[in-house]
Write a protein that binds this ligand. Structure first.
Ligand code: P70
Length: 462
């Protein structure tokens, strides 16, 4: 039988209550949090779409696997199970566990970059950019032009601009120690990168003698989009597609909090023996011995199992469909979102929705606050609070002003999504009343996490 309803491919064994608050309580909580959703107490949030990172529900098999965690300091069985699981997918030689993705970034960039270098990437995400800049190097984004037009439909909007890649490697090759591709492209709407694009980037890097790395956080979702959209892949399994993706790269950084389906963890994987040795030395200095890298043995077990669960077809079909389901309702109602819907999130195009708020007053940030105020929903701004501050201290508006509604994996059901849609349509109906904000206190790097803001015109809603 071919029934068309796509169901959550799991049943629920353990539940966690969520708490409804009143609008007055949320208003007070927002004020208390300096108009920054990162500074709220999670118990004051009804539906938490701040991030899909570390917020997924682990399977009964993962929890069972955790009991097998071997907590030996060195040479733990759990490490070898983890290493085998990662190698089966990536076929990379050195697998270095880290406590999360940004630790892998710091170690890789700390071993490869010097002041004045440039890293090319389809689009760096926040911590990746910050870790490049921390080395006094430049993080340069070169997505295809289509990737910066929210409403435009294109199957692989995450692609890296191959002409620019070749041109930059020709003109400034000596300053570029590595090239990265982020799958899926998080800052650009959770958009996938095609196999053809990765393969072509590999060829270009070969011609210039440069290593190519994947920021692989959402590799399984990317593999699913390739299966669905790219010619020649419909009959391949997500595992086979992922294996081919990794076959083109010299290494990867990974946050296992995404497609590792774990609550914590990550890794750096690479082929170069000498570089791996330097990275391991740095790992020992700040993370831990190379067979645990800052994780417990049981975390390694959870990741080993999670990476493979994330590649299951019925899971990926449900995952991508449940995000698209919200996208369809919003599109139908005329709410401007990044098209087509991404793999892990829906991104609302706040510039299009709130044209009356200038970028200097952070329209996407304002919209994310109103979603919380009206419906208890926590999202995240991907706009000029996150990306507006330049390394020299100047301000430059971000390429897009987006509100990301990220879906934790296997956590919310269809009725949660229906509720979300209702709140979003309500907020869309009052959009003219939403007003912008100004920053009153912000750190120099990664300011979105801790900045405090204030309504620029007396109130958020007038
Ligand atoms: C997210 C989180 C993490 C991330 C990523 C890519 C493409 C590396 C990392 C770092 C971060 C975040 C953003 C807003 C709110 C909460 C959290 N992305 N590369 O949600 O990995 O976090 O393990 O150090 O997306 O997208 P890690």
């Amino acid at each position: 039988m071919n029934f068309k309803t796509i169901i959550e491919p799991f049943r629920i064994k353990s539940v966690e209550p969520i708490r409804t608050t009143t609008r007055a309580e949320r208003e007070a909580a927002l004020k208390e949090a300096g108009y920054n959703l990162f500074l709220l107490k999670a118990e004051d949030v009804l539906i938490d779409l701040l991030t899909d990172s570390g917020t997924g529900a682990m399977s009964s098999r993962q929890w069972a696997g955790m009991m097998l965690g071997d907590e030996s300091y060195a040479g733990a069985t759990s490490f070898f199970r983890f290493e085998t699981a990662v190698q089966q997918i990536t076929n990379l030689k050195h697998i270095i566990p880290t406590h999360q993705g940004r630790a892998a970034e710091r170690i890789l960039f700390g071993s490869m970059l010097k002041e004045g270098d440039i890293v090319l990437n389809n689009t760096h995400f926040d911590t990746t950019r910050a870790n490049v800049e921390y080395r006094r190097a430049e993080a340069r984004d070169i997505p295809i032009a289509e990737g910066r037009q929210p409403q435009l439909i294109h199957p692989f909007k995450g692609n890296i601009d191959l002409d620019l890649l070749d041109k930059m490697l020709t003109e400034a090759g000596e300053k570029i120690p590595l090239v990265m591709i982020t799958v899926t492209n998080n800052s650009g709407g959770g958009q996938p990168v095609s196999m053809a694009n990765i393969r072509a980037a590999r060829e270009i890097c070969n011609r210039h003698g440069k290593p190519l790395y994947l920021d692989a956080c959402r590799f399984a979702e990317n593999a699913w989009f390739i299966k669905m959209r790219e010619e020649g892949y419909a009959d391949k399994t997500p595992m086979e597609i992922a294996q081919e993706m990794f076959s083109y790269v010299d290494g990867c950084t990974m946050s296992a909090k995404k497609d590792g389906l774990a609550n914590i963890g990550g890794f750096l994987a690479l082929n170069d023996n000498e570089l791996a040795q330097r990275c391991k030395n740095m790992l020992i200095l700040t993370e831990g011995f190379p067979t645990y890298g800052g994780l417990a043995g049981y975390d390694l077990e959870a990741i080993a199992i999670g990476l493979h669960e994330a590649l299951r077809e019925e899971y990926l079909r449900y995952r991508i469909r449940s995000v698209a389901y919200l996208g369809d309702i919003l599109t139908e109602a005329g709410v401007p979102i990044v098209q087509p819907p991404g793999g892990h999130a829906i991104y609302i195009d706040a510039l299009a929705m709130l044209p009356h708020i200038p970028q200097s007053e952070y329209p996407a940030w304002a919209l994310s606050l109103v979603l919380y105020l009206e419906g208890g929903i926590r999202s995240v701004e991907i706009g000029s609070v996150m990306f507006g501050r330049q390394p020299d201290g100047s301000e430059k508006p971000a390429a897009m002003e987006l509100v990301r509604l990220a879906f934790p994996r296997r956590v919310y059901t269809q009725s949660h999504v229906d509720y979300l849609a209702e709140v979003l349509l309500h907020v869309n109906g009052m959009k003219e009343q939403i007003r912008g904000l100004r920053l009153i206190d912000a750190p120099e790097t990664l300011r979105h996490f801790t900045a405090r803001l204030q309504p620029a015109h007396g109130a958020l809603i007038t």
